[in-house]
Design a protein around this ligand. Structure first.
Ligand code: AHR
Length: 504
């Protein structure tokens, strides 16, 4: 048949591990992300453990969240960590100036964040305030979190109920420092970063032997295709960083001012293709930043963390526009699957990615409405791809037909494959075609396996979605469209679908 496509899957000469951290999350003090979405307080009627919602924790455990970034986002560069510790009754009420000027009660602070991370089994990634605070404040917060000694900050932490230090794995030194995080030039940020890095007191750096702070230092990185930022910051401060971030959002026409023109639901075929084209640009964006990084750091010591990514549409009608609440449909699941397959191909440099955001904000995993909760199609894409966490990438050789959109051409099909930690072969596929199913035959070279099973996420409606309190419309189903015969794996891949297969 004309649409029969062929490819190969084979082991790689060099082992590239797909970090579990590519499946990371981001939770900011923004709209109903933290308050209502995660934190309901100990006295709430909504079932909770020490104030953190049980339903949300259980859902996030299902997708095996490896790492969670907090407290922002833009919020981080206005946050005073001291506001969020100590007796909750006496914590100050602040204004959340970036996100609607709403009251910030500080009931969710450092201890509550680590409790949340520990409840969902994720590592902690804390962003510190670089734009409106000082290296001293950062040093004190880190000491408060990590010190094992008898110093006052460690004692204060103990007095506040936590004897053992918190396991602080990652620290973001600033956020979008070119934008809401200080509107800095790359040169200015690089100098400021160096100053902060010198008071970071990371174990093993300079004279620091057996220091308590072992966190990975993450420099605030570029937006989209701004490779000059990556170049300048890495050239100037690469010797005192472990990772640099990158933010890339999927926006209507790719432009911020246009984002409000794209509806999250009720879109047409053109808008389906426009957004999926924009999502597929992640490939080019990564390639361009990696080219800069490869020149400055050919050993790949410095990792690239895409610590904000996802779709950004017009806010849902009737909601506070500053809360960035949007619905999440089959199209978002395609965005997620396409992005995962791109990340896998770049796993030798991209060591972390954090979708924006976990609950109730932008491309969320979970939407809540009071006591009700819905799992979004993006949630299900994350769940289907969990076998890729810590897997070893396989080589895939496959050429996809292209889809023409008004904004540009993009591949109809993406795929990636890996050997899981259980020694199975996992294959992730997306088909963005609105009408065309495809038959794909993959030759598996030097790969064992006689049986194949899988799951599919698809729906007849482009904007199928789930709402809290309503019956679920869209969820994964068993996929029986793949057959294995000898070393040939044949997949009947339906239109507009995300499929994950396991060969055993
Ligand atoms: O995720 C929402 C916002 O997007 C973040 O606060 C900011 O870093 C980015 O501009």
């Amino acid at each position: 048949a004309a649409d029969e496509l062929h490819g190969t899957v084979s082991p790689n000469d060099i082992d590239v591990v797909i970090s579990k951290n590519l499946y990371g999350q981001f939770a900011e003090h923004l709209g109903n992300s933290i308050y209502e979405g995660i934190w309901v307080g100990r006295d709430s009627d909504i079932p909770n453990t020490r104030g953190i919602r049980n339903d949300v924790v259980a859902a996030l455990k299902e997708i095996k969240v490896p790492v969670v970034r907090w407290p922002g986002g833009c919020f981080a560069d206005e946050y005073d960590w001291r506001d969020g510790i100590g007796d909750p009754q006496t914590r100050p009420m602040r204004k959340n100036n970036w996100w609607g000027g709403t009251p910030e009660p500080n009931s969710f602070g450092t201890h509550e964040f680590f409790d949340f991370a520990e409840q969902i089994g994720a590592d902690a990634y804390v962003s510190v305030n670089v734009a409106s605070s000082t290296p001293m404040a950062m040093r004190e917060w880190i000491e408060y979190m990590t010190s094992t000694g008898n110093d006052d900050l460690a004692q204060e932490r103990r007095k506040n109920g936590r004897d053992a230090p918190f396991d602080l794995k990652y620290v973001g030194i600033g956020n979008e420092s070119w934008g809401c995080g200080g509107f800095m030039t790359a040169e200015y940020y690089a100098n400021r970063y160096r100053r902060f890095a010198s008071f970071f007191h990371k174990n093993g750096s300079n004279f620091h032997m057996n220091n308590d702070n072992k966190a990975i230092r993450v420099a605030s990185g570029a937006n989209n295709l701004d490779t000059n930022w990556t170049d300048t910051v890495m050239t100037s401060a690469g010797n005192v960083m472990d990772a640099i971030s990158l933010h890339f959002y999927t926006l209507h026409t790719g432009n911020w001012p246009e984002r409000d023109k794209a509806a999250a639901t009720g879109f047409n075929d053109t808008q389906w293709n426009g957004i999926l084209y924009q999502a597929s640009r992640m490939e080019d964006v990564l390639e361009q930043h990696e080219a800069v990084m490869d020149r400055i750091d050919p050993e790949k010591r410095i990792s690239l963390y895409v610590d904000e990514w996802g779709t950004w549409y017009a806010p849902e009608k009737g909601t506070n526009p500053a809360f960035l609440y949007q619905q999440n449909t089959l199209r978002d699941a395609l965005v997620a699957g396409i992005t995962f397959n791109i990340f896998h191909q770049h796993a030798d440099r991209v060591g972390m990615a954090n979708i924006a955001q976990a609950v109730n904000v932008l491309q969320a995993m979970i939407l809540t409405d009071g006591a009700d909760m819905a799992k979004t199609p993006t949630f299900y894409a994350f769940r289907m791809f969990t076998p890729f966490q810590e897997s070893t990438r396989l080589d895939t050789n496959f050429i996809s037909p292209m889809i023409s959109s008004e904004e540009g051409d993009y591949p109809a099909i993406t795929l990636s494959a890996a050997t899981t930690t259980k020694n199975e072969t996992v294959i992730g596929l997306t088909n963005a075609s609105l009408f065309d199913p495809h038959t794909i035959t993959l030759s598996l070279k030097d790969i064992e396996g006689t049986s194949v099973s899988g799951e599919i996420l698809t729906h007849s409606k482009l904007d199928a979605h789930n709402r809290p309190g309503e019956q679920e419309q869209i969820a994964p189903a068993v996929f029986d469209g793949a057959k294995i015969k000898g070393n040939k794996l044949t997949i009947e891949l339906p239109a507009k679908s995300v499929v994950v297969l396991k060969v055993r």
